[in-house]
Design a protein around this ligand. Structure first.
Ligand SMILES: [Zn+2]
Length: 80
């Protein structure tokens, strides 16, 4: 009986360790996805965001369509 219990604890421990490794790798993935600053509201947005505009050959990303629209109307205002 005792042996079974010990094996169970070891199995559980292994499962926990694996879980932690996965979490760490997930965090790495998040960090490696570079962030850009939304020039309108200064929020950090993933560089891979699909809401983006190009101005003066530079690419800008936005948190939302409304920020993109504001920027498109008067980009100079947000690029000081
Ligand atoms: Zn924004």
């Amino acid at each position: 009986m005792k042996t079974t219990l010990i094996i169970c604890i070891f199995a559980l421990g292994g499962w926990w360790t694996q879980g932690e490794t996965t979490t760490h790798e997930f965090q790495k993935t998040v960090v490696s996805d570079s962030l850009k600053v939304d020039p309108v509201c200064k929020m950090k947005v993933k560089a891979s965001s699909s809401i983006k505009s190009t101005f003066n050959k530079k690419e800008y990303v936005f948190c939302s369509k409304s920020c993109q629209m504001k920027f498109d109307k008067s980009p100079e205002k947000y690029l000081k």
